[in-house]
Design a protein around this ligand. Structure first.
Ligand SMILES: Nc1ncnc2c1ncn2[C@@H]1O[C@H](COP(=O)(O)OP(=O)(O)O)[C@@H](O)[C@H]1O
Ligand SMILES: [Mg+2]
Length: 455
């Protein structure tokens, strides 16, 4: 009966072990997801949201750890008490048999010896198996991380620079807190106020002013000797659509990276309404720019939460999410799924098709309602049916925003207000579709080759 009780007890602890393991895995997942989607996180300035999510997981880990610890120690003590009670029974029973002369002392002694050995061996084995199971699970995770480690050194470099800058900033704050001298208090105060004022005006500037890339040179920090952009000039007129075309590798996506401030120009500057972007806080700027690219990154939460990530620090009502989804041609397919807006999209949105992921990304961008919009090959990876649906959604999204479109298929950019052709790190041709065709330059020949390819 005692053994039965023990077995029942052990079975009930299995769940505690499992829960702890799961929480541990979800901490790792949350970190992996944040870092593998770091560009998306930064482009929505969702750092705070990701950090608080991580903290939430850690707290969960703490409480499940305490539970597990309690269970483990209870388990250990019950097991030990059981072992010693059985030993005691053995002594009493054996002793009485020896006394009655039914058993020799030698046999009794070796019996006790064997029992001890067996008990410790079994206990050791059980413990080792437990450790082994944990170690194997950990190894598996390490391997899975190592096997698809795609480290973007360039981004890591600029992130590190950011962190260093932030640290200096905090030291100032710390000094101010420790010394508390009046003079310092004053200067810090005004500095913080001026940053705040700037923050709220970035949006106004972006809503009313042009964005200019002025004489921009750029090389990626990992390859400083390779100049990707050389004296690039381009103006994105407020509220109009500019298309950026050119051969692949010309630096179009690099322009997007600069506009979203994942990197800063090596020389020259980018301005909005004449103000250098570098005077604004990066996360304030992130709120002003929406990026939709070829492979939008979704988080492994529900469809609705993915759309609401547009405003990571705010409460977003379900109506707003639905409104955005409708405008993005996504509502229909979302409600046809078993759990509607609560359907989980799987790791990196893997349970959805490319076109569906794209429309969710567009809904997210619509909800973000940023005045500047960048579309980098947003429809390139889609088949014609989903391309049409996504294109409709995009047309909706572009209305009234300063837009930069990069598209592989030139047929999709013909209606842009201006088309810029990027080659050799600068803008080689600029004008409307018809103007550029008349020029019979590189754009005209690109259009010709594509026409041939489609006929
Ligand atoms: N993160 C990066 N680090 C280093 N070099 C890069 C990076 N991204 C792109 N490049 C290089 O910059 C050049 C321009 O790339 P890209 O801007 O992606 O071209 P496009 O979008 O026009 O096809 C390419 O030669 C590419 O190898
Ligand atoms: Mg590109």
């Amino acid at each position: 009966m005692f053994m039965n009780l023990l077995a029942l007890y052990k079975r009930s602890t299995v769940n505690v072990f499992k829960a702890h393991g799961l929480v541990q895995a979800s901490i790792a997942d949350s970190v992996t997801e944040s870092f593998s989607a770091i560009r998306t996180v930064r482009s929505f300035s969702g750092e705070k949201r990701q950090m608080s999510e991580f903290a939430r997981q850690v707290l969960k880990y703490e409480s499940s750890g305490i539970k597990l610890g309690t269970f483990k120690s209870l388990n250990e003590s019950v097991t030990r008490v059981a072992v010693y009670i059985s030993l005691m029974a053995l002594y009493c029973l054996g002793g009485s048999k020896v006394k009655a002369g039914e058993l020799s002392v030698g046999i009794m002694a070796s019996f006790i010896g064997y029992t001890f050995t067996l008990t410790f061996a079994v206990q050791g084995l059980v413990n080792t198996f437990g450790d082994l199971r944990a170690a194997l699970a950990a190894t598996e995770r390490i391997n899975s991380v190592l096997s698809d480690a795609e480290i973007d050194e360039a981004l890591a470099f600029s992130l590190e620079k950011d962190m260093k800058q932030k640290k200096v900033h905090d030291e100032v704050l710390e000094l101010y807190l420790v010394n508390g001298s009046n003079e310092k208090k004053q200067s810090t105060k005004t500095r913080y106020m001026s940053t705040l004022k700037f923050g709220s005006s970035v949006r106004n500037l972006a809503e009313t002013g042009d964005i200019c890339l002025e004489d921009v040179d750029f090389s990626y920090p990992v390859r400083p000797d390779v100049e990707i952009l050389r004296g690039l000039n381009l103006t994105l007129k407020c509220g109009t659509v500019t298309a950026l075309v050119g051969p692949s590798g010309a630096g179009k996506s690099t322009v997007v990276q600069l506009l979203s401030r994942f990197y800063e120009p090596t020389r020259g500057r980018i301005t909005v309404a004449g103000e250098d972007l570098r005077t604004f806080d990066k996360s304030q700027w992130a709120r002003v720019v929406s990026i939709v690219n070829q492979e939008p990154v979704l988080f492994s939460v529900s469809v609705g939460e993915n759309i609401a990530y547009a405003l990571p620090d705010e409460y977003v009502s379900k109506e707003d999410v639905i409104k955005a989804a409708k405008a993005a041609n996504a509502h229909e397919f979302i409600i046809s799924m078993p759990q509607g807006y609560d359907t989980l999209v799987g790791e990196r949105g893997g349970l959805l098709s490319g076109g569906q992921r794209q429309r969710i990304a567009i809904a997210r961008a619509l909800l973000k309602n940023a005045p500047v919009l960048v579309l980098d090959e947003a429809t390139s990876a889609l088949d014609t049916v989903s391309e049409r649906l996504v294109q409709e959604a995009l047309d909706h999204l572009m209305k009234g925003r300063t837009t930069l479109v990069i598209a592989h298929r030139l047929s999709t950019v013909q209606n842009a207000d201006q088309i810029a052709l990027c080659a050799d790190g600068k803008i080689a041709e600029l004008g409307t579709h018809l103007e550029l065709l008349e020029r019979k330059g590189l754009y005209a020949s690109l259009v010709d080759t594509q026409r041939l390819a489609f006929e």
